[in-house]
Design a protein around this ligand. Structure first.
Ligand code: HEM
Length: 452
């Protein structure tokens, strides 16, 4: 933890337009806007997104304080219609007692001991993809990573015997995600729920397919209630979960939590992998060290979950990629009555934001912040990084439930790919674009070089 956090006053910020506030400047290039806020105005900045007053905090100590106070002095920001259609009333959008109950029910199914059982699927899906690429073939890295993580999440959620349903479910989720992206690019966020735009109709159609399949899977599993939880997949574990009063989740609650784990875990992790491969392609030494580690630890055999701790350099690469390109780049919280930060009162209703993107690139915590340097995370060097200067999975009571799952997945997939091939990307710089996640603005095409 840094020694002292600067005081929150006097608060300054950029001038905004009447009614719109800083919405236009933010919308034009959000990542550059955030960096400018931090550089020009310091650690705590007032700004406004439309008519709502907002506060941005960049200092790790304020971030720690803010994130620790969620579901206390701060609550969830209400977000768009489209996301709610996908995740329903799951843990990710609930509040108060409802959220506490759901979090307690879902947490055990993704705890480290359970994540072990999903590791073979992670390795198998990555190996199958790499074995399918030909030497010299050009691949779209983001699309391929999305395919790998989609297959992993489908197997982890629903087991190995999905058959042709895997394709039906996978395509429906792709369609749903594209419809949400279209909604965000347009004016969808500002439209009431009853308006049916073409993207909303596509979203509802895709969700219809997903729901039909999931309810069918739940029904099939109910037939073998006694064995619930023993199929070893997330769905059966969710069905077997019981709250303090011994109550299970209802079928629609199971559906909502399953789709949430799927939606929250699939594209976030494939984005982290895409950026890792992009960064490695521009860092020959780091890549050679990765290949040497994989050769030494794995040789010709497939990775297992027990290799995770031993793949030290691989994990440092993932950590550094999550620093430079945190898929989730903004975390908001809304102040309630009695909220405070840095010893100051925060007016109820104020939206307080923090950004892994901006804080991860602050030269005070990461010297030469724009450079890819996995050695920052060696056991010795990482002691110099203040607590909460790196927080790609959030923190506090609402921190990411899948952080362990995602990190094991990213490291095992990266090691499995490095064992089999090299992906060479053109040397020009990829431009990050901030939508729901920070992703490359244009497709990243790589040439596959098979390794012996
Ligand atoms: C690299 C991959 C991932 C990143 C960067 C990421 C990031 C995040 C972040 C920043 C939050 C909000 C935390 C906060 O507000 O403090 C979050 C919440 C959440 N994540 Fe992840 N996540 C990833 C992968 C996953 C995976 C694999 C799963 C499921 C298996 C998952 C499930 C969730 C859930 C359920 C929540 C909501 C928790 C709550 O509201 O109580 N995430 N994630």
């Amino acid at each position: 933890m840094p020694d002292s956090a600067p005081p929150l006053r006097p608060l300054r910020g950029p001038r905004g337009l009447p009614l719109l506030g800083n919405l236009l400047a933010f919308g034009r290039d959000p990542l550059a806007f955030l960096t400018r806020l931090r550089d020009e105005f310091g650690d705590a900045v007032t700004w406004s997104l439309g008519p709502r007053s907002s506060l941005f905090v960049f200092h790790p100590r304020h971030i720690a304080e803010l994130l620790a106070a969620r579901e206390g002095a701060y609550e969830l920001l209400e977000i768009g219609w489209a996301f709610r259609q996908i995740v329903g009333r799951s843990v990710i959008l609930s509040r108060g007692g409802d959220w506490r109950r759901k979090r307690a029910l879902v947490q055990p199914v993704v705890r480290p001991r359970q994540v072990r059982s999903y590791a073979p699927a992670m390795v198998r899906c990555a190996a199958a993809a790499a074995d399918g690429w030909r030497d010299g073939e050009r691949i779209d890295v983001r699309a391929e990573m999305a395919l790998i993580t989609q297959r992993i999440v489908l197997r982890s959620l629903f087991g190995n015997d999905l058959g042709p349903r895997a394709r039906t479910l996978g395509s429906a989720m792709d369609a749903a995600e594209q419809a949400v992206a279209a909604e965000l690019r347009g004016i969808g966020l500002f439209l009431p729920g009853w308006v049916r735009t073409p993207s909303r109709r596509r979203l509802l159609a895709a969700l219809g397919v997903i729901d039909t399949e999931i309810y069918r899977l739940i029904e099939e599993r109910r037939g073998r209630e006694q064995a619930a939880g023993q199929d070893g997949d997330l769905l059966s574990r969710l069905m077997a979960a019981r709250d303090e009063a011994g109550r299970p989740l209802s079928p629609s609650e199971v559906r909502d939590e399953a789709v949430t784990l799927w939606a929250a875990g699939h594209e976030t992790t494939s984005t982290a992998l895409t950026w890792s491969l992009y960064l490695l392609s521009g860092a020959p030494e780091a890549r050679a060290r990765l290949e040497a580690e994989v050769e030494e630890i794995l040789g010709d055999r497939d990775a297992t979950v027990d290799d995770y701790e031993r793949l030290v350099w691989t994990r440092q690469i993932v950590k550094e990629a999550l620093r430079l390109y945190p898929p989730v780049w903004l975390i908001p919280a809304v102040a309630r009555e009695g909220a405070a930060l840095g010893g100051r009162r925060v007016r109820p209703g104020t939206i307080v934001w923090c950004s892994p993107w901006a804080t991860h690139r602050d030269p005070r915590w990461f010297p030469d912040p724009d450079r890819f340097r996995p050695e920052r995370w060696s056991p010795h060097a990482r002691r110099a990084v203040p607590d909460h200067a790196w927080f790609p999975f959030g923190s506090g009571p609402r921190a990411c439930l899948g952080a362990r799952f995602a990190q094991v997945e990213a490291a095992l997939v990266l090691a499995t790919l490095a064992q089999r091939c090299r992906l060479d990307l053109p040397a020009h710089e990829a431009v990050p674009r901030a939508g729901l996640l920070v992703q490359p603005a244009a497709p990243l095409r790589a040439t596959v070089r098979k390794r012996q």
